[in-house]
Design a protein around this ligand. Structure first.
Ligand code: GLA
Ligand code: ZN
Length: 676
């Protein structure tokens, strides 16, 4: 059973980042905040995210009373606290005194003091200072009845998106990590194929991370450096957890980011109790909202998939951000829809950045629930309050449910790192876009999926799609074999199973050829002058850029073949029965629409269609959360009304209004239904 874990307050959370430490000199503002929070149906705020200097104004001098007073006052007024550890921003006194806490970026230059998300993950001083402040917070507030969750730091690795520190301490830690992993230099040299260009290491001290002006061609090194950087932040995170756990047993989370490549969030997940993330989609940036809605749904889905459980939307904007080329206001209604979309995909919260706009500095124009002027009398405040009110009414029906899809898509960070570094058939291998193309096909069909990594079990899924799975970790091929043998359906695509865990190409045969029945021979990255096609299920589709030319090596059914060029007639889509299951192979990228047609057929054949699969109009999505009863969320991302045929007699949740035959969704409406 996929569960909510915030036992202390099992409700849908509505609120957001609250930074009263910027307003301590304005007691009337703090009073007004409480009054407005009630009006906005806010029941939970995140406190202390960047409060280190207010908590420890000089080294070893701690001031926690102001925070205590605020936590108490919020709690007395029905507002719970998600309490942050303050490592998201390092105080000036610390970075001035201890140079080593400041991160070095890949240009080799150490950051000057200031900014945020930029500490060295290895620095013993940083770790010691973090332990001290975290323990102080934990011993003082860890058992407070109003504190329900630890929010560790903020957006780990956010600075310039590099996610790594390149300082001498980190270099040394990298070498130690490598020694532990490879034991001998011979093993490392072989794994990294260092005989190429005379790159053989003869002493551990010669190993250095990739840098802007350093070694960037040894793919095994680059891949291991990325693993190390992710591991080192994870290790820092573990230390943060240990420190807060000394006096407190409430759950812990970190706020994750969209499309964030540096950290393998699947590896972080087991040490966290609940997943959360910060979502800032670029609504209104395209002719219609479907592409943005799909991408956002994919990342919500990933967050749910990390622990196969409900997650939290930790930050979102009620209106605009201030860091995009165009910061377009959410049109009326879109805020409620985008928030309900998160809940539909498995979130148990809608939290904002931030509650109140600051007066100065870089985020003074970033959207917030409360603006500099007009108090509650703004469109944004009214929309936020209406959503809060709706969430209150929905909370008990939703909070202990979760989505439980029957299909999954493989998404693996190590593969992402490796495949986008390959110097192979195409400069931009666009792994994320490839995964999103497969996700989109399911999303458009009204068929939910989970994401799995190569380390995850595939059990429980009738269908697993593995787009561009270039790197096979040790044991992965065997897991696929077992899965298919026992009855699973597996989809492989071009450029799969090419290298092993250290980025060495498999030689002799494809690791899954027994299952797929094919062996790749060439990959063509065709230009726009080399049009090609495939005919699948009676319809002709254009082939995309990447096309693999593979030969059957066992009995396969050819479901489509290339239509043109020197590989005319070569299989483009195949199927092979293996044990109780089936393995499909799609040899090329394809025009938009093919994947929907392909997966629609598989879903039909497997009998795993959902109630709305294949029945939704353009721009309408469906998600289903299951618990004691199932809830369907119909989401209309169109600016127009949309009519949806209902496959069963339904009732609106929570009002109970009977709905039969069909429903009309208003522009940007999200309707929640159950069976009547
Ligand atoms: C991130 C950070 C917040 C804030 C917002 C602005 O998500 O975590 O502190 O800067 O961006 O969009
Ligand atoms: Zn460092």
């Amino acid at each position: 059973m996929r569960k909510n874990v915030i036992a202390k307050y099992p409700k849908l959370l509505h609120g957001g980042d609250y930074n009263p430490d910027q307003w301590l000199d304005y007691p009337e503002i703090l009073e007004e905040d409480i009054r407005l929070m009630k009006q906005a149906h806010v029941n939970c705020v995140s406190l202390g995210i960047f409060s280190w200097t207010k908590l420890e104004p000089s080294e070893g001098e701690f001031r926690l009373d102001w925070l205590g007073e605020i936590i108490d006052r919020l709690y007395e007024n029905g507002v719970y606290t998600i309490l942050a550890t303050p490592t998201g921003a390092v105080p000036h006194w610390m970075s001035a005194k201890y140079e080593e806490v400041r991160q070095v970026l890949s240009n080799g230059v150490r950051n000057l003091p200031g900014e945020r998300h930029n500490f060295c993950t290895t620095s013993p001083v940083m770790r010691q200072k973090m332990r001290t402040i975290n323990q102080k917070l934990s011993s003082r507030f860890g058992k407070h009845p109003g504190v329900i969750l630890w929010h560790l730091s903020n957006e780990y690795g956010g600075n310039r998106g590099e996610g790594a520190c390149y300082c001498p301490l980190c270099q040394e830690a990298f070498r130690e990590w490598l020694k532990e992993k490879y034991k001998t230099l011979d093993a490392l040299n072989h794994a990294w194929w260092t005989s190429f260009w005379s790159h053989t290491y003869t002493d551990w001290s010669q190993i250095h991370s990739p840098m802007e002006n350093g070694e960037n061609s040894t793919h095994g090194l680059t891949l291991d450096w990325k693993r190390f950087a992710s591991h080192q932040m994870q290790d820092f995170c573990m230390e943060e957890i240990k420190a807060v756990r000394e006096y407190s047993d409430i759950p812990v989370t970190i706020n994750m980011m969209l499309d964030f490549k540096p950290y393998d969030y699947f590896r972080f997940a087991p040490q966290l109790d609940i997943i959360s993330w910060d979502s800032y989609p670029e609504w209104h940036s395209q002719a219609d909202e479907t592409q943005v809605a799909m991408h956002t749904a994919a990342w919500h889905t990933l967050m749910r998939s990390l622990k196969k459980a409900p997650f939290l939307l930790m930050e979102s904007t009620p209106s605009i951000v201030n860091w995009k080329p165009l910061n377009t206001q959410k049109r009326p209604g879109l805020h409620e829809l985008s928030s309900m979309q998160a809940i539909a995909c498995g979130s148990n919260s809608v939290q904002y950045f931030q509650w109140r706009k600051g007066r100065g500095s870089s985020e003074k124009f970033h959207g917030a629930v409360v603006d500099h002027k007009n108090g509650a009398n703004t469109r944004v405040f009214r929309e936020v309050s209406a959503l809060g009110e709706r969430m209150e009414r929905l909370s008990d029906s939703i909070v202990s449910t979760c989505n439980e899809p029957k299909a999954a898509i493989l998404f693996d960070w190590e593969n992402w790192w490796a495949v986008e570094d390959i110097q192979g058939p195409r400069r931009d291998m666009a792994y994320l876009d490839t995964v999103l193309a497969h996700f989109k096909a399911f999303w458009e069909l009204g068929m939910e999926v989970d994401f799995v990594s190569e380390d995850d079990t595939m059990d429980g899924y009738a269908l697993v799609a593995a787009p561009m799975a270039y790197l096979y970790k040790d044991g992965y091929a065997q897991r696929v074999k077992d899965y298919v043998k026992r009855g699973g359906t597996y989809v492989a695509t071009c450029f799969s199973g090419v290298v092993n865990e250290t980025d060495l190409c498999f030689i002799g045969e494809h690791p899954l050829e027994e299952v797929l029945g094919i062996r790749p021979e060439e990959v063509d990255a065709a230009s726009c002058y080399q049009q090609n096609s495939l005919t699948f299920d009676g319809r002709k589709w254009a082939a995309g850029c990447l096309r693999e030319i593979s030969n059957p090596v066992a009995e396969v059914e050819v479901l489509a073949a290339y239509g043109e060029d020197y590989y005319k007639g070569v299989p483009a889509v195949t199927r092979r029965q293996y044990g109780e299951g089936k393995a499909y192979y799609v040899a090329c990228e394809t025009e938009d629409g093919f994947l929907s047609a392909f997966y629609a057929k598989l879903i039909r054949e497997l009998g795993i269609a959902g109630e709305f699969t294949g029945k939704l109009p353009y721009g309408v999505a469906v998600s289903k959360r299951e618990g004691e009863e199932a809830l369907w969320f119909l989401q209309n991302f169109n600016r127009e009304e949309m009519r949806v045929e209902l496959p069963f007699a339904a009732a609106a949740v929570p009002e109970g209004t009977a709905l039969e035959g069909s429903v009309t969704l208003k522009p940007y409406e999200c309707l929640v239904l159950r069976r009547a």
